[in-house]
Design a binder for this molecule. Structure first.
Ligand code: F6P
Length: 358
């Protein structure tokens, strides 16, 4: 009998249930009745506390199009994993203990960056681990794509589309803040797809003067409105020259709740434009997966089951050159996939006149 534990960890995203279903159906296909799948609740929290249940094949039916995760999720910071607390002691030891108690042959982990650091640690500690890359940020090293990205992109683009009509009516400047944590894939693609005039990314520090110049040029050419797609992790040229500590201190001093409000305040003071801010936030992670994510998550799930059958543990299933391949967790853990300055999407955007505020 094969015993497989499965958990979803970190921020949720669209396609988690499609991926869980893919893993489960492919495992049943591979092992028939000779496999037991244990659903671990709320990510690593469930593994730490021994909160899990034996799933049946019915649990995995009808969930392909469902948003969120049927297993629940939570954020368990990697840096605290080895810091003992009263309730759990050393959390890594607690997880190892429950893995043994459950008599697992393998743990399947669906997660993003933080999750992969812990998955790698568990693998180093002797657990058989297979991971799937999920996050709307698409910032995981080793894979060209993560599931969740395209669904979030659709929603972020829809927001910019809707803002166009009201921005035109009123002749206003709008700032739409797009998620993506410390990387710019989502704001870049949503900005281009939504026809933003200015896109600000964490990878390309902005100068206020450059943004003002672009707004002036648009005014002079008779354009009634302007739309900025701003990454939640965007930062100014001055900030990019600060140490991490200085940066945090400077940000704490600001009165604004988010970067887009700060840019709106500064632009308003300098230009007199009527500026509005839209922060769609977690809306971008909500609802069901788009068709790409459903199909992609299913492919990843099926590939994960194959790795389990082959006992090829310690890997993430990744997309490379349109093939799903195993990538060692040691290559993935702790590495961010940022947007390169010469990325072809950035070049295309520049070619059609989109400014990056640099
Ligand atoms: O990693 C996904 C993400 O949505 C990021 O884009 C965002 O910065 C973060 O999670 C928000 O985290 P939380 O859901 O904990 O507020």
């Amino acid at each position: 009998m094969k015993r497989v534990g499965i958990l979803t960890s970190g921020g949720d995203c669209q396609g988690l249930n499609a991926a869980i279903r893919g893993v489960a159906k492919a495992l049943y296909g591979e092992f028939g009745t000779d496999v037991e799948i244990y659903g671990i609740r709320d990510g690593y929290r469930g593994l730490i506390e021994g909160d899990y249940k034996l799933m049946s094949s019915h649990d995995f039916s009808g969930i392909l199009t469902l948003g969120g995760t049927i297993l629940g999720t939570s954020r368990q910071p990697f840096k605290l994993m080895r810091v003992p607390d009263e309730k759990h002691g050393d959390k890594v030891e607690a997880m190892k203990g429950n893995y043994k108690k459950m008599k697992l042959d393998c743990l399947v982990v669906l997660g993003g960056n933080g999750t992969h650091k812990t998955a790698h640690l568990l693998s180093q500690e002797g657990l058989n681990v297979i991971t799937l890359p999920k996050t709307i940020d698409n910032d995981l090293w080793g894979t060209e794509m993560t599931f969740g990205f395209y669904s979030a992109l659709e929603l972020a683009t829809q927001v910019i589309d809707c803002i166009h009509t009201t921005a035109t009516s009123h002749g206003r400047v709008f700032i739409v803040e797009i998620m993506g944590h410390k990387v710019g894939w989502l704001p870049l693609y949503a900005g281009v797809a939504g026809g933003a005039d200015i896109i600000l990314l964490p990878e390309i520090p902005y100068s206020l003067d450059s943004i003002i110049k672009t707004l002036d040029q648009r005014d002079k050419s008779g354009k009634r409105f302007s739309i900025l797609a701003v990454a939640e992790g965007a930062l100014s040229v001055e900030e990019s020259e600060m140490s991490k500590k200085e940066f945090k201190k400077a940000r704490r001093k600001l009165p604004d709740p988010a970067i887009s409000y700060r840019i709106a305040r500064e632009l308003g003071e300098e230009t007199g434009h009527e500026i509005r801010v839209v922060v769609p936030g977690h809306f971008q992670r909500g609802g069901g997966p788009c068709s790409y994510d459903r199909a992609f998550a299913t492919r990843l799930g099926s590939a994960a089951a194959r790795l389990i059958a082959d006992r090829n543990y310690g890997n993430m299933v990744a997309l490379r050159n349109d093939e799903i391949v195993p990538v060692p967790l040691s290559d993935v853990a702790g590495r961010l996939k940022t947007v390169p300055a010469d990325d072809s999407m950035i070049r295309s955007a520049r070619n059609i006149g989109i400014s990056f505020g640099d």
